[in-house]
Design a protein around this ligand. Structure first.
Ligand SMILES: O=c1ccn([C@@H]2O[C@H](COP(=O)(O)OP(=O)(O)O[C@H]3O[C@H](CO)[C@@H](O)[C@H](O)[C@H]3O)[C@@H](O)[C@H]2O)c(=O)[nH]1
Length: 431
């Protein structure tokens, strides 16, 4: 969302980036925010209450508690914010258009309709995963979800476009042991509310997910596929200032990883990361033996400059949780993956990596010590060449899509033009 906001700000729109209080507090706690705001004077950060503690992972609250809080707090907060923006003295900042995170539609779509402001949904998952969410209600009705542990491999036949999907490849909330009725209903509700938006933005590139994007076109008259967003952002904003990277302002990167990589042979390093949600207390939990034994052969950092690490010639593979941003970044860098999916969309992404794009291996549910070892040996050694061609082909498609004339490049231009037209229409309508 930050990357999209930066791109729109770069296109000369005034952007108000609305976060929930808990996320906002984390961002403004970072010193780099000032240089970012100086660089983009038309970019404003704002926030609405969510009643969630700043570090939800250590608060002891369950996912259900947090979902209940945001459901209760965010909608009235968003209404107050929009009203205050519209009523500001001097130059009104009433928005021309709202771009909402797909899973925050409950707080935004009603208010947008109430105030007559066009709304576009941005789902930060892959198109493939977005498609699965649209069919969960049907799968529940037909008794296929939630599915018990012993029935995870039978193919799903009732949904078109699911040819490669088994129950165990569906989002984590579909599992009997993980299902929380409240959370499941929350996602079903959000997926349905999202269809009231006038258009859909996806952080993917058309050529990589074309069949499923065509299917999604039955739900939206306009779909803007503008990914991989980070690569697109970097190609459009040439200034190498660190604030160009949203990751750079959200966390402090430890660049020592790059110096360490410089001293390693080509394609030797296996980069391991499980995304942005799993870092707390990591130093205490590393066994001393592991720390000592791996000193000469590995490096552990709190927050790596991931895209630079993936682009480094010494990086030969990525053991990932299959978060969608990590998957896209690995695709662009042409680095093959071992997928150790944990939650949400990651089960779907990892299946696509192994079966559709063929740029990695999916460990799906059997991530014991010997499976991890076997997969690492496959990726770094025995089977590397088997997936080299497809990994390179996907990388080329992703890189081409963000070049001038490429599909994501053109779709972003179209999105910018369409928002400008809305602005113009709003301006013409004013008395
Ligand atoms: O040391 C690190 C670790 C991560 N990253 C960056 O952090 C981001 C991680 O994003 P992602 O791979 O999408 O994982 P999560 O942060 O876990 O993302 C959440 O949001 C994603 C998009 O909605 C979902 O796909 C995931 O399942 C969900 O966990 C990427 O841009 C990485 O480059 C770093 O820069 N340095």
């Amino acid at each position: 969302m930050m990357r999209l906001a930066e791109l729109l700000s770069h296109a000369d729109f005034q952007v108000t980036f609305v976060n929930t209080d808990s996320n906002h507090d984390r961002i403004v706690g970072n010193a780099d925010i000032t240089s970012f705001c100086n660089r983009f004077p038309k970019f404003h950060f704002s926030s609405i209450p969510d009643a969630i503690p700043c570090d939800p992972l250590t608060s002891g609250l369950t996912a259900k508690d947090n979902f209940r809080s945001i459901k209760a707090e965010c909608k009235p907060g968003f209404r107050r914010l929009l009203t205050s923006l519209s009523e500001e003295t001097g130059q009104s900042r009433r928005p021309t258009c709202i771009i909402t995170d797909g899973i925050m539609s409950f707080a935004t779509v009603d208010i947008a309709e109430e105030l007559g402001i066009p709304v576009i949904a941005f789902r930060t998952y892959s198109a493939s995963c977005t498609w699965t969410y649209f069919h969960l209600s049907k799968l529940i009705k037909e008794g296929e979800v939630p599915f018990p542990d012993n029935d995870m491999d039978k193919p799903i036949t009732s949904v078109p476009g699911f040819e490669n999907v088994r129950p165990k490849d569906l989002p984590g909330i579909c599992r009997v042991d993980a299902t929380d009725e409240y959370v499941l209903q929350f996602f079903l509700g959000e997926t349905s509310t999202m269809t009231r938006a006038s258009a859909l933005i996806l952080n993917t590139c058309y050529e990589i997910e074309a069949p499923v994007i065509s299917r999604l076109s039955s739900l939206y008259t306009k779909i803007y596929t503008i990914g991989p967003l980070d690569a697109l952002l970097k190609s459009r904003i040439k200034d190498p200032s660190p604030s160009v990277s949203s990751n750079g302002i959200l966390r402090k990167e430890d660049k020592s990883y790059l110096t360490w990589l410089d001293a390693q042979p080509p394609r030797w390093d296996l980069y391991v990361s499980f995304g942005s949600l799993v870092e707390s207390g990591y130093t205490e939990s590393i066994p001393t033996e592991l720390d000592q034994e791996s000193k000469e052969r590995g490096l552990i950092v709190t927050w790596a400059p991931q895209e630079e690490v993936l682009a480094h010639p010494a990086t030969g593979g990525f053991l990932t949780h299959s978060g969608w941003n990590s998957t896209l970044e690995s695709m662009v860098a042409g680095v093959p993956m071992i997928c150790w999916a944990q939650i949400a969309d990651e089960q779907v992404n990892s299946r696509c990596v192994s079966e559709v794009w063929k740029n990695g291996f999916d460990m799906k549910d059997t991530c014991d010590r010997s499976t991890v070892e076997k997969s690492v040996r496959h990726l770094m050694d025995n089977k590397r060449e088997e997936i080299r061609e497809s990994t390179d082909a996907i990388a080329k498609i992703a890189r081409d899509s963000i070049k001038q004339g490429g599909s994501s490049y053109r779709n972003l231009e179209q999105l910018i033009d369409d928002i400008r037209s809305i602005a113009l229409m709003t301006w013409v309508k004013k008395p």
